[in-house]
Design a protein around this ligand. Structure first.
Ligand code: TXA
Ligand code: MG
Length: 329
């Protein structure tokens, strides 16, 4: 199980057989399954250790296929026309009877849909012909994978029929998730691979923030979990330099020289930093270091999503409550 392959046909056959397939998208690698099959979708939750209350994003090859699954508000269509295929996920009212497993929807009356741009994701979805449910291909709460090797070296490898090799994910951060309030206004549920400013330019209006209170019946995207996207090592944010025993994740030209670590973008380019973020955290974590100090990252453009992921990666972890240093997979 879990071999890295170049073979789309093998991946399609595995999906048709109800098995799990890891595949590249432009954002991160996904852990895909036939979205119409309760058994296949359940296998995703089991493999990731994902709470059943957390719904999945449904991936399709085209806007037309997406419209068969959800009732797209006018504003959603405008965004989809501008950004699909691409790193945008739209949460819209589910079309009853569209055939998506209720397990993938976590019983909600909305559905998250996305048309990915990666050529291999497009090929896979087109050849499979149906909707594919896919969270990021990492153990729940851990770093997302941006290379086939990240999946192959993770505990998920034994749960997938194959890992489709698509090199490094060019965007490197999960999709931007947009929902709609009762007046049809676009709400930013999760910052991601498309910057807020770009979306607002298309909308001609500011994106709303999701309601702060967490309503169990309507999870406002992954953010509800305090710790997420976390490496094994502890993260210390907004650090101007590493301390003894830390590696440094730097950003920009002003970074201190001669300290152990990596620079997300020596030129201060936020798109480059986003593309490198998970891969560099994987590398620094693999050194076995106890702590990673991270440079301040500007909050504009893709910086909003980078900082969102960093804050969650640095958040207190569930096992901290028991006074243990978390090393679970
Ligand atoms: O870039 C991405 O979005 C990647 C690639 C593989 O497409 N996928 C991804 O999936 O990041 P995941 O499961 O790691 O994060 C998707 C989040 C979930 O945490 C969930 O909370 C939210 O999307 N979500 C899904 N359906 C939703 C819904 N109906 N309402 C609100 N949030 C939803
Ligand atoms: Mg994820």
């Amino acid at each position: 199980m879990g071999k890295i392959v170049q073979d789309i046909d093998a991946a399609v056959q595995a999906l048709k057989a109800g098995q799990l397939v890891a595949f590249p998208t432009e954002t991160v690698y996904g852990l895909g399954a036939d979205a119409t099959s309760d058994a296949a979708v359940s296998a995703i939750y089991a493999a990731k250790g994902r709470p059943a209350t957390n719904p999945l994003i449904i991936h399709v090859a085209s806007m037309q296929q997406a419209e068969a699954l959800v009732h797209m508000p006018q504003v959603a269509r405008k965004l989809a026309e501008a950004f699909w295929p691409g790193p945008l996920t739209i949460v819209a009212p589910y079309r009853e009877g569209a055939g998506i497993s209720a397990i993938a929807r976590a019983g909600l009356d909305t559905l998250a849909v996305r048309v990915p741009a990666h050529p291999l994701a497009q090929e896979l979805l087109t050849a499979f012909g149906g909707p594919v449910a896919a969270p990021s291909a990492n153990v729940s709460g851990r770093l997302s994978p941006t290379e086939a090797e990240h999946v192959a070296e993770s505990p998920l490898a034994e749960h997938v029929a194959c890992i489709l090799d698509g090199d490094e994910c060019p965007v490197g951060l999960e999709s931007t998730i947009i929902g709609f309030d009762e007046k049809g206004r676009a709400t930013l549920l999760r910052p991601g691979g498309i910057a807020r400013e770009e979306m607002e330019r298309v909308l001609g209006a500011p994106l709303l923030r999701p309601p702060a209170a967490s309503d169990a019946a309507r999870p406002s995207a992954p953010g509800q979990l305090s710790s997420h996207y976390a490496p094994r090592a502890r993260l210390r944010l907004n650090a101007d330099a590493p301390r003894e025993g830390e590696m440094y994740l730097a950003f920009g030209a002003e970074a201190p020289q001669g300290v152990p670590g990596l620079n997300l973008s020596p030129t201060g380019d936020l798109a480059e930093a986003a593309a490198n973020l998970y891969a560099y955290l994987h590398i620094l974590d693999a050194t076995g270091v106890d702590g990673i100090a991270v440079a301040p990252i500007p909050e504009h453009g893709l910086g909003e999503a980078i900082n969102d992921r960093l804050r969650r990666a640095a958040a207190p972890r569930p096992q901290d409550a028991h006074g243990k240093h978390g090393k679970q997979a």
